[in-house]
Design a binder for this molecule. Structure first.
Ligand code: BT5
Length: 307
């Protein structure tokens, strides 16, 4: 303890006091006069300082992290930061959301402290049309982060879901603030079901949703997964800004379950039926219709048709 205090330019009493504060947060440090200090337990809770330490060096995403115990929707908080002029890359986490949302005003069920609910503020130099690249990039990064961290590879379902055995574990909500030909900012909202058990999902979600814990059978370290997700998101964001979307798109296609399938896609009043071919350079899905036309689809709800 005295060595630690010297290294920190502090006193043993002050270090003990800080360790006691950390213990209240769930970080248990054992100190032994002969063996020294050892971190024996970290809490399964999110703290900005802990996340900075775990992420290491990032270019943009995760260089500023804010953790709230409760918000309406983290996208709302990030939107406010955007209006306040905060720099891009800030990430807003909430341990619980009272009004988590999906696309088109749907509800996102965010059971407290079980998942990772977060939003990222981005200010990319992209045309509004190319913002779809960010959703594609995020799905790819998150699938890779889960695979690296847990050794299971979720499938991507175009445009914004990750699935395990056909059930949803991740949803992405991309909200854009743009003028006719330039983007002001984008809020990328991510929901990852991590430690829910069966009863945490309402009945209507039980057939369509799952969590990483339900899939792997064990409790998952949320801060470690959060850090891995931010690292991968930062890498792919860098690639997209550097004109390397093609490499992201290639990995996306390998991880995507929808490519090559016959689907019907509902976009508002329109229903498009055809075969998913690939992504165009902006990240839109190219669908070959029954009539042989190639349709460019940027959003909608997909149903895979049995052949
Ligand atoms: C999405 O919408 O999948 C985007 C979800 C984004 C959530 C994050 S959480 C952090 C950030 N803050 C927010 O307020 N939102 C973002 P969509 O494709 O429209 O899917 C919504 C549908 O998924 C719902 O209608 C339900 O059927 C289903 N659903 C709701 N909660 C779910 C959950 N926890 N897990 C799996 N499916 C869920």
């Amino acid at each position: 303890l005295s060595k630690l205090a010297t290294a920190l330019g502090s006193t043993p009493e002050a270090v003990t006091q800080r360790l006691n504060e950390l213990a209240k947060l769930g970080y248990l440090v054992e100190s032994d006069p002969h063996q020294g200090c050892r971190l024996v337990r970290t809490p399964n809770a999110l703290h900005a300082d802990d996340l900075y330490a775990r992420i290491g060096k990032v270019q943009t995403i995760g260089r500023d992290i804010r953790v709230f115990s409760e918000t309406t929707s983290t996208n709302d908080v990030a939107e406010r930061l955007a209006t306040d002029g905060v720099e891009e890359g800030v990430v807003v986490f909430a341990e619980s959301q009272t009004r988590g949302r999906g696309r088109l005003g749907r509800t996102w069920v965010s059971t407290p402290r079980t998942g990772l609910w977060f939003s990222i503020l981005l200010r990319p130099r992209l045309t509004p049309q190319a913002v779809t690249r960010l959703t594609i990039g995020a799905a790819t990064s998150l699938a890779r982060a889960i695979e690296k961290q847990l050794g299971i590879a979720p499938e991507i379902k175009w445009p914004n879901d990750l699935l395990l055995n056909g059930k949803k574990i991740v949803g992405i909500l991309t909200e854009m603030n743009a003028e006719l030909d330039s983007v002001r900012h984008v809020i990328l909202g991510v929901g990852i079901n991590v430690n829910q058990t069966g009863n945490d999902f309402p009945d209507d979600l039980k057939p369509i949703a799952t969590s990483l814990r339900l899939h792997t059978g064990g409790e998952i370290d949320r801060p470690a997964l959060a850090a891995a997700a931010l690292r991968e998101l930062d890498t792919d964001y860098g690639k997209i800004l550097n004109g390397e979307f093609a490499s992201v798109s290639e990995e996306w296609a390998e991880r995507c379950a929808t490519v090559g399938q016959s689907v019907s896609i509902r976009m508002g009043d329109r229903l498009i039926t055809g075969r998913c071919e690939s992504l165009d350079p902006d990240g839109a899905l190219l669908v070959r219709t029954e009539h042989g036309h190639l349709e460019r689809v940027t959003g909608g709800d997909v149903t895979v048709l049995k052949e």
